[in-house]
Design a protein around this ligand. Structure first.
Ligand code: PLP
Length: 532
């Protein structure tokens, strides 16, 4: 019997199984030779599909094209926007409805709100006039790789949950070892080492610290917790993520020794050795040193080789954080930055900073994966599978904090294949050349001083002034005026206690004309400061 539900005077809803049954009957009658002149439609039975709110494939295709068009247009008009967003606190939220919509909205309307609501609250990291912090640059192939990753929607926690996700990652990270001139021991094929993509350098350094903690205590701190005796070392210039890692690892930020630096802001190895001896005498257990290749404030390069020797003498884990500057090693002439990395237990750099691979993508290598895996591995029944048991595969879930993981290697693979090593080298060299040119202009202008050696693509500089307070004030004012103008965006740090401007060239599309214009704007503001 066909069940019909009365909805209103004109409409009757027929359930899906009834329609299927009716179709079956009609087909059978036709097969038996009955002529049935009227179609289901003419029977006026609405052929309702199962209820769905999903976007249809056709609409997805149409809107997907619209979104890609929007992104392409955004990139072509990006120089017209003030680089630093001018939104006031709360301004973006005030344009949003207080509650979520009860009924779904048209996609055109949603995309329209990107332009109307979201864009005014965007700081344009992809503007060629972005010189702030360290870059988080992106590129066409990376964006498309990321889109494909979303399209495939893979969760690659285990080899078996998508073999390609694991194997492409292992392979691309093996490619990067010779591309950056890194030691062979980081290769997955080395027998002991290997690489994994993490979200950020902060996570990679935390994993390195955890592995060091467990190596030093033969996995006892994993079971029983820390007893407050483990000590770690970095410099006063090391990124704050190491202090955060100490807190998360349960080792305590008081047990992080921030070693003094030399006149170039690089760690003093003799001070490190002294501090380690002091701690050992005090009954503490040194276990980890973080050396930085390209510190955040000034791009200083710690003397990794000498630090490594001290680590070897005391059996300490040496982690090298090369978050931004690691990318420079794509060019053989810049590989001096990695001198001594062959002695590191772990190493990381961020393709999401300077290697045209959009956020997030950190590459993390270990010399001996056993320590990392033993530290982080927990195997509940529901994750057991034959491939894992066979021992023939990598399960990256054991190589980082979280379980689930995105297919991040796709975007890295796309970038490397699109540019080729030659293309990557070309653009990195250009960025370094432009930064060096900028540093030369600063050096040649007696109103300014360089605040640190400009070795690669970061220039730290400031206006000179006879009085220290005036100097800080003038530099801060200049930065605020430049950023407020929307013409460029640069940020500051303190070096030797002095307010210092940082100018980092690393955005994908920054060219000579942009850097020339930035210098011109700096000079204009300097002139106006002088007159004010
Ligand atoms: C040297 C260094 N290490 C670590 C980090 C943290 O990076 P992430 O955001 O990937 O955690 C930064 C960020 O700029 C950095 O400069």
């Amino acid at each position: 019997m066909l069940k019909m539900t009365r909805l209103n005077s004109n409409t009757r809803r027929v359930c899906f199984t009834d329609i299927c049954n009716l179709r079956f009957v009609i087909c059978n009658l036709r097969a038996l030779g009955f002529k049935l002149p009227i179609t289901n439609h003419k029977l006026q039975i609405p052929m309702s599909e199962p209820k769905s709110f999903h976007m249809s494939t056709e609409e997805f295709r149409r809107q997907g094209h619209a979104v890609v068009d929007w992104i392409a247009d955004y990139h072509s008009r990006i120089e017209g926007f003030p680089v630093l967003s001018r939104a006031q606190p709360g301004e973006i939220r005030s344009k949003l409805p207080p509650n979520a919509p009860e009924q779904g909205e048209a996609f055109d309307q949603i995309l329209g709100d990107i332009e109307r609501v979201i864009l005014p609250g965007i700081t344009h990291w992809q503007s060629p006039n972005f010189y702030a912090y360290f870059p988080a640059n992106a590129s066409g192939p990376a964006i498309l790789g990321d889109l494909l990753s979303s399209g495939l929607g893979v969760q690659g926690m285990l080899w078996s949950t998508s073999p390609a996700c694991t194997e492409l990652e292992t392979h691309v990270l093996d490619w990067l070892v010779p591309m950056l001139g890194l030691p062979q021991k980081f290769l997955s094929t080395s027998g002991t080492g290997g690489g994994v993509i993490q979200d950020t350098a902060s996570s990679a350094s935390l994993c390195a610290l955890l592995a060091a903690r467990e190596r030093a205590t033969q996995l006892a701190s994993n079971r029983k917790g820390c007893d407050g005796r483990l000590v770690a070392y970095c410099s006063t210039q090391t990124h704050s993520s190491i202090e955060k890692a100490m807190k998360i690892a349960g080792m305590g930020s008081d047990n992080l020794r921030q070693i003094e630096v030399d006149e170039n802001f690089a760690m003093r190895p003799e001070a490190l050795a002294r501090q380690i001896e002091t701690d050992i005498k005090a009954g503490l257990i040194p276990c980890f040193v973080c050396a930085t290749v390209g510190t955040t404030s000034s791009n200083a390069i710690d003397p990794v080789r000498e630090i490594a020797r001290i680590c070897r003498d005391h059996k300490l884990w040496l982690h090298v954080d090369s978050a931004m500057s690691g990318t420079a090693a794509l060019c053989p002439e810049f590989r001096f930055i990695h001198d001594g990395v062959e002695f590191a237990d772990s190493y990381c750099f961020n393709p999401h900073k300077w290697m045209f691979t959009n956020f997030d993508c950190n590459v993390f290598y270990v010399a001996d994966r056993k320590h990392l895996i033993q530290t982080l591995s927990v195997l509940p029944e529901y994750l057991r599978n034959q491939a894992t048991e066979s021992g023939a595969v990598i399960d990256y879930r054991d190589w980082h904090i979280q379980l689930g993981r995105r297919f991040r290697s796709l975007k890295l693979w796309f970038v490397i294949r699109h540019y080729g090593i030659e293309g990557l080298q070309y653009h990195i060299r250009e960025h370094v050349r432009l930064a060096q040119q900028f540093a030369g202009w600063v050096r040649d202008d007696s109103r300014f001083e360089l605040a640190a050696p400009a070795q690669l693509n970061l220039v730290c500089f400031r206006l000179r002034a006879p009085d220290r307070a005036d100097q800080d004030h003038a530099n801060q004012l200049m930065m605020e005026r430049l950023n407020g103008s929307g013409d460029l965006y640069l940020t500051h740090t303190k070096l030797d206690g002095k307010f210092t401007l940082r100018f980092c060239v690393g955005q994908t599309n920054t060219q000579t004309r942009h850097v020339e214009r930035a210098w011109q704007r700096i000079q204009e503001e300097t002139g106006m400061l002088g007159n004010s």
